[in-house]
Design a protein around this ligand. Structure first.
Ligand code: ATP
Ligand code: MG
Length: 258
């Protein structure tokens, strides 16, 4: 790939964990690049090291060997230029919807000098972006799963990071809500054009969203099985013949990788 256009580079990333005294290799020599403003989907079945990969990209963990670089600089820890949306909702139950978005901005504001009014205004704007205007004073327990995940997305976007990292954000949603959230994700990505790494175990979701799909091998340690471009025009129709053909092709690649 064109190295000059790479926003994120994973270069020979290897990671293992200690479990009950045994070393479990989780990622083995994973190398791929994420282009500037690309929507890259990482596709792999359960327990293939997807969350581990995203945590490494976020700087929450360090690789044992290999390196992850953003614009050529090694990732050594978490920072505001990387927005993370978690697999579980991770909202603070004692804070309102608005409070959950403001909390990150408040912390950021201590560095940037943003005042309360600016923080509130920005939090409201990003809640509006995800369609939650009018729900600012609700608490997480009063929200549906899809709404909770929208709060998580607003919270991550509000910090205006250069990169969005999403870990199976819609895995817990019903099929209908999931589809509308995928459409929403595409809309937001097209409006903001941030580099996005989206992790999923769902082939339809991958084909619907991705510019390119990084397909992981199905068993540990996670290795790269293939990288597949998705040249279909957007918005995509999951019932379209070309969509279904690509879906078949990737299913076959995944079966081969298992
Ligand atoms: N902090 C940790 N300590 C020990 N083992 C871990 C840790 N985090 C992950 N693992 C192990 O690493 C392997 C991969 O886990 P990971 O969560 O990255 O997979 P995943 O593809 O995200 O799975 P899922 O689809 O279920 O979310 C698993 O065997 C898991 O038990
Ligand atoms: Mg996971």
């Amino acid at each position: 790939m064109d190295k000059t256009a790479a926003h994120i580079e994973c270069d020979g990333v290897t990671k293992s964990y200690l479990q009950k005294g045994k070393v479990v290799p989780v990622l083995d020599g994973l190398s791929f690049g994420v282009r500037e403003r690309e929507l890259l989907v990482v596709l792999g079945p359960g327990q293939s090291g997807k969350t581990t990969l995203l945590r490494l990209m976020a700087g929450l963990e360090r690789p044992e060997s290999g390196c992850i670089r953003m614009h050529g600089t090694p990732v050594t820890g978490p920072s505001n230029d990387k927005g993370l949306v978690f697999q579980s909702y991770m909202l603070f139950p004692w804070l309102t919807v608005l409070g959950n978005v403001e909390i990150g901005l408040d912390i950021q504001g201590r560095q940037t000098g943003a005042n309360r009014g600016q923080v509130r205004e920005k939090a409201r704007a990003y809640l509006d972006m995800v369609g939650l205007s009018g729900f600012e004073n609700y608490y997480p327990h009063q929200l549906s799963g899809g709404m909770k995940q929208r709060v998580g997305i607003a919270r991550a976007y509000a910090l205006e990071p250069q990169v969005m990292l999403l870990d199976e954000p819609f895995g817990q949603l019903d099929a209908q809500t999931r589809l509308s959230m995928e459409q929403e994700t595409e809309r937001i990505w097209q409006a903001h054009k941030k580099t996005m790494v989206f992790v999923t175990n769902n082939i339809d979701e991958a084909v619907f969203l991705a510019d390119r799909i990084v397909i992981l091998e199905g068993k540990l340690p996670g290795r790269l099985a293939a990288i597949r471009s998705v040249p279909l025009p957007r918005p995509r129709d999951p019932m379209d013949v070309a969509f279904l053909q690509l879906r078949e092709e990737i299913t076959a690649m995944q079966k081969l990788a298992l």
